[in-house]
Design a protein around this ligand. Structure first.
Ligand SMILES: Cc1ncc(COP(=O)(O)O)c(C=O)c1O
Length: 430
């Protein structure tokens, strides 16, 4: 064993880092999946499905009990009335994404929200028809965008502009994105990109992209699935037109949890904007006057993009999640996330003869909690071996392992143990 390898086997430094970190782990507030041998798994999959906050159960139970006790009266008389359940997330949700409360609403799921928002923010007119997105974009986003174009009689082949990394690179260059926006100028209707790319974990410069999009006269929005709860966002300040995120990744609100949407105040108060309508987007004062006042009057806030009454059971765990983000604060969590990710990167990059590279940018402004590891050789087999040692992560064919050391429940010691496994599987000693 070399000196570096023996250092790698020794967890003392990692344990010390866990002990002294100024933002302590909240690990004891989460249910940790166990390995077959009864040890907590090294759960690095918070970028896919976050762990269950222990307090989530009581919020779900509360609704089940209120429903049992009250029936329909739970809408008004529940401990948290169902009628206004979406409203309880407004302030915390706004703080999470750097928005004003009127700009944020929790509703539906992510792709559904993107559809609803594109109805308002993709308005092709005259020669301004093009839609710019990144490559690779998440498939659901591509299907969503292409279906919007087709539904307006436009061929995606001609009207979707995809901007990808340069040949041989993994990540996008900001100046290439800005240049593409400028080049398409007055033919560009909408720019929509992943704030943090699902594959590489690259965080893009949302402020600069929004400014460039607006200079071109386009609407600008972001898919924030991998950004919300991962990196600090200032959606209002950056002047972003629209955004949407899911709540099951970094936000730990559970599988299929209710998603979020952002609409900038200048649009949120614009009752004249075209949108798909349903009764929950209507002014609450007339919502129950039903046939007596049956014309749609949008609420002057992001709430007006709601369609149906809130699915409260799928929303309840979000209370546990947002309470946690709010009490610790996104900036504190971000600082811990950067320390964990930087530590893990250093450990991985010091593996002698490593047969992998990290495709996530190293600049702290360009990544969140995820490191994407591109491995040589039979990646699937090697990933299977690592999984069998108690790591929960994910694999994206052909050769990317995505690892997310999240600030809320991962530790330096877990990063250290994972690096040892990678050294064994992909280092020169194998
Ligand atoms: C970047 C991105 N966009 C969209 C989606 C689709 O989410 P949903 O199934 O909630 O619509 C996901 C899901 O993981 C995603 O990662």
């Amino acid at each position: 064993m070399t000196a570096t390898d023996s250092g790698r086997a020794d967890p003392t430094e990692a344990r010390e880092l866990d002990r002294i970190d100024p933002v302590p782990s909240s690990r004891d507030q989460f249910a940790l999946p166990m390995t077959a041998s009864g040890e907590p798994a090294i759960y690095f999959c918070g970028n896919s499905l976050g762990l269950q906050p222990l307090s989530a159960q009581s919020h779900v139970d509360e609704i089940m009990e209120d429903w049992r006790r009250l029936g329909v009266d739970g809408h008004r008389g529940g401990r948290v009335p169902w009628y206004t359940y979406h409203e309880i997330f407004r302030e915390q949700g706004a703080r999470l994404v750097g928005a004003h409360p009127c700009e944020v609403v929790m509703m539906n799921s992510l792709t559904v929200n993107l559809h609803l928002l594109l109805t308002s923010f993709y308005r092709p007119e005259g020669q301004r028809t093009k839609f710019l997105m990144e490559k690779p974009a998440f498939p659901s986003d591509i299907y969503c965008v292409e279906s919007h174009l087709r539904s307006r009689g436009l061929d995606p082949e001609d009207h979707v502009v995809m901007i990808g990394p340069d040949e041989g690179d993994d990540c996008l260059r900001t100046d290439a994105i800005l240049e593409a926006i400028d080049r398409h100028g007055d033919r560009l209707a909408t720019v929509m990109m992943g704030g943090v790319n699902f594959l590489t974990g690259q965080a893009i410069d949302m402020k600069a992209i929004t400014e460039a999009g607006h200079r071109a006269g386009a609407m600008v929005g972001f898919d924030l699935a991998h950004a919300a709860g991962n990196i600090p966002l200032e959606l209002h300040e950056w002047n972003v037109d629209f955004g949407a995120w899911c709540s099951y990744k970094y936000l730990n609100a559970g599988p299929g949890a209710v998603a979020g949407a952002f609409v900038h105040q200048r649009h949120a108060v614009n009752r004249g904007l075209p949108r798909l309508a349903g009764w929950w987007g209507n002014d609450p004062d007339t919502r129950f006057r039903m046939h007596l006042e049956d014309s749609f009057v949008p609420v002057e806030s992001a709430d007006s993009w709601q369609i149906s009454n809130p699915p409260v059971l799928a929303m309840a765990p979000l209370r546990a999640s947002l309470d946690m983000f709010d009490s610790i604060g996104m900036n504190a969590l971000r600082s811990r996330s950067l320390r964990l990710t930087t530590y893990l990167r250093k450990q991985l990059e010091s593996i002698p003869g490593r047969r992998f590279r990290i495709s996530t940018p190293s600049d702290p402004d360009s990544h969140g909690s995820q490191l994407s590891i591109v491995v040589d050789g039979n990646a699937e087999q090697a990933f299977g071996d690592i999984e069998s040692m108690g790591v929960v992560a994910d694999f994206r064919p052909p050769n990317t392992i995505r690892i997310a050391p999240t600030a809320l429940y991962n530790t330096f010691e877990e990063c250290h143990r994972f690096a040892s496994m990678m050294s064994n599987a992909f280092g020169s000693s194998t």
